[in-house]
Design a protein around this ligand. Structure first.
Ligand SMILES: Cc1cc2nc3c(=O)[nH]c(=O)nc-3n(C[C@H](O)[C@H](O)[C@H](O)COP(=O)(O)OP(=O)(O)OC[C@H]3O[C@@H](n4cnc5c(N)ncnc54)[C@H](O)[C@@H]3O)c2cc1C
Length: 315
């Protein structure tokens, strides 16, 4: 069976959920080989094995993580030259997409970004024009390089015991032009990362600036919190949590929009969510055109009632 490379997304050995999704997808296409860049590969092994990595290629040269993405793209090029994979899967993060683009040039290969599904072939599905069209595509030249959006697959356990293979890379001076001078982890909120979360509860102008009920409902569900631009521009929630055209693109299993009208720029960031629920006091609000479930009502009453109900059922 041909190898399918999966670039591991991790923070110091803690593997992100998107990698479990990529490994699950890779199993449809061939033999998943995880490519791990940086320190902490031993910490990552159980998670990589749990989702079916048959081998882990470890790239530990410190220069790979001291610079912005160029050295990582070079390293992946060298791994691909040796393993001749049938496809390369990378998460659709800002960094992932930049690595993928550089890699595609280096390998003279086709690149498909932001796939919401990948099946045998590999044939990808993308959701384009703010979710109004679904496109199926296939790379026709070189090694298919595909960036995959979070929540494109439900991680399926496979329980393998991957061996680790150290891989030496040569990094050119041309790739060492932008050194990282400082990096800080995002402030810990105890909630899942917005773009990875399976459930998101977002608040808009309708919150009137009080995100308390939104956060409480999110916490009852173990969800991330998002915000519309109107809420962010009003200074009610940080920009890092904005969903939409000029914010984050999310695709959770469940998206709850509270006090959000459903402007096209907001939809652009969330309409590939699997199930959409809106709470809005205006029954004519455009958001109701795309929801699976709609509640016409005041979010300050609906959300606390829903939070209480979820909490009661959980206990
Ligand atoms: C170039 C450009 C880029 C943009 N990018 C983004 C983006 O990335 N993300 C984004 O979100 N927007 C973006 N916008 C802004 C977008 O056009 C809308 O202005 C914005 O999404 C509106 O936010 P909102 O739905 O919270 O506010 P509003 O449109 O004001 O809607 C508020 C809603 O809350 C309801 N409501 C009020 N009180 C209650 C209550 N007590 N209970 C329940 N419902 C209530 C109202 O009925 C209304 O439907 C962009 C605009 C431009 C021009």
């Amino acid at each position: 069976m041909s190898n399918v490379l999966v670039l591991v997304d991790h923070t110091g050995g803690t593997v992100r959920k998107t990698t479990a999704e990529l490994l699950t997808i890779a199993r449809r296409l061939g033999e998943p080989v995880a490519v791990y860049i940086g320190e902490g590969v031993q910490d990552a092994l159980p998670a990589l094995g749990q989702y079916g990595a048959t081998k882990v290629i470890a790239l530990t040269d410190p220069e790979l993580t001291q610079y912005l993405v160029a050295p990582k793209a070079e390293a992946l090029q060298q791994v691909a030259a040796k393993l001749e994979p049938a496809a390369i899967l990378i998460s659709s993060s800002a960094e992932g997409k930049e690595i993928a683009a550089r890699l595609a040039v280096k390998l003279d290969s086709g690149l498909i970004t932001d796939a919401v599904d990948v099946q045998e072939g590999p044939v990808t599905t993308q959701s384009v024009f703010a979710g109004n069209y679904t496109v199926q595509a296939k790379v026709t030249h070189g090694t298919p390089i595909i960036t995959v959006k979070p929540n494109a697959a439900t991680p399926e356990a496979a329980e393998t015991s991957p061996e680790v293979e150290e891989f030496d890379v040569t990094i050119s001076d041309a790739a060492k032009t932008a050194r990282i001078t400082d990096s800080k982890p995002r402030e810990a909120t105890g909630r899942p990362e917005l773009t990875e979360a399976a459930i998101i509860v977002s608040g808009g102008r309708g919150t009137g600036g009080d995100f308390g009920p939104v956060e409480a409902f999110a916490d009852s569900l173990g969800a991330a919190v998002g915000a519309s631009r109107a809420a962010v521009d009003s200074g009610w929630y940080p920009h890092a949590y904005q969903v939409g055209q000029t914010g984050k693109t999310v695709s959770p299993q469940l998206y709850v929009a509270a006090g959000i009208s459903g402007a096209i720029q907001h939809r652009a960031g969330m309409q590939t969510s699997k199930t959409i629920v809106a709470i809005n006091k205006d029954e004519e609000a455009p958001i109701f055109e795309l929801v699976d479930f709609g509640v016409v009502g005041d979010l300050h009453k609906v959300l606390p009632t829903a939070t209480e109900e979820v909490t009661k059922r959980k206990s």
